[in-house]
Design a protein around this ligand. Sequence first.
Ligand SMILES: [Zn+2]
Length: 365
Amino acid sequence: MKTKAVLLATIALTMTACTTSRRDLASYEPGSDAACFDRASEPYTMVVDAHFHPKPFGGPAVPIDEVQGYLDRTGVRFVVYFGIGQVLEVNETCTYYLDCPGITALPSIKNDFANALEYDNFRDTRESMPANTLLSMTFMDLANPDDIVDTIALYDREYPGMFRWAGELNVIKQALLGNSHEPATIESIDGWSGFMEVLKERDIPVTLHSDLGNNDNPTEFVPLMQHVLKSYPDNKIVWAHMGLSKELTNMDPAQHIAIMREALDMAPNLMLDISWRVLYDTYFVNPRYAEMYTEFLNEYSDRILTGTDFVASRNKTFQVYKEEIDVVSRIHQGLSDEAFRNIALGQGFFDFVGLDYAAPQVCSG
Ligand SMILES: [Zn+2]
């Protein structure tokens, strides 16, 4: 039986948990005396947004202090800043490629440099950062890889040591085929060896967007990613959106999970990215499917990365980001405590990247 003192202490602890529901970055430092994580009173939303685009495909972007404010207000403490692998042609008024078929969208260094310059300036004006930010190189054209190593050398001269991720790079992205996107081929994948070696030496992960297929042929492009995984087994590779997309909305989840499982078992350095609300809207929203995916995520919880795939074009507001964070994180609610810590609280991300941070333990009972 609980004494009055114990009851009061319990209430006090619960109140602390409520008031600290948005934990700060310092609480993830190893050795911090952060309280255990109370799933009943603290948010189920992601702490790591490992798939975030601070610049749009074209047109005006959300200013950086506002973008970093979005992270701060939603409790996101770790973010991977992707460029846009395909910037729309200069002088076009489009902000989203699907609205402008025929307008060329090609890989470019523009976005990466804009992110690095802006982030560097922002950091200089702040005493502490709301989120640990990792910059990513997104210029690589996977269908034409010959000059990638030289361009990395250019990045080294301009921003030494600043880029610690690569991607999101497009192996095959069907949504962009109307904008002159050239998919990678088995031959061009064989030509990646130079830059994949550089990434491996530097321990830089690469996020690849590689559609599994489409509603006519759900597994049409699976051999491309299989070839990547077989060819570069020692590279840290992240498969964006688990290969799903708006073009593939009718896949049998059992078949999808089987393909993911086979890839994870074959490639020990592979991680799956469960970002993008399309995954929720087309699969996780179905309770029977959610149950299947939850079971799969529980089993492979140290191989999963969270993210929104938010694109910060100026026509968006904080409400949009907040909603994406919530929708994409709903699948966390059914996870086991161990999987919740790995996925929602970021422990799997810290281990994968080798970051010196630790997720809080989940309170028992
Ligand atoms: Zn993306």
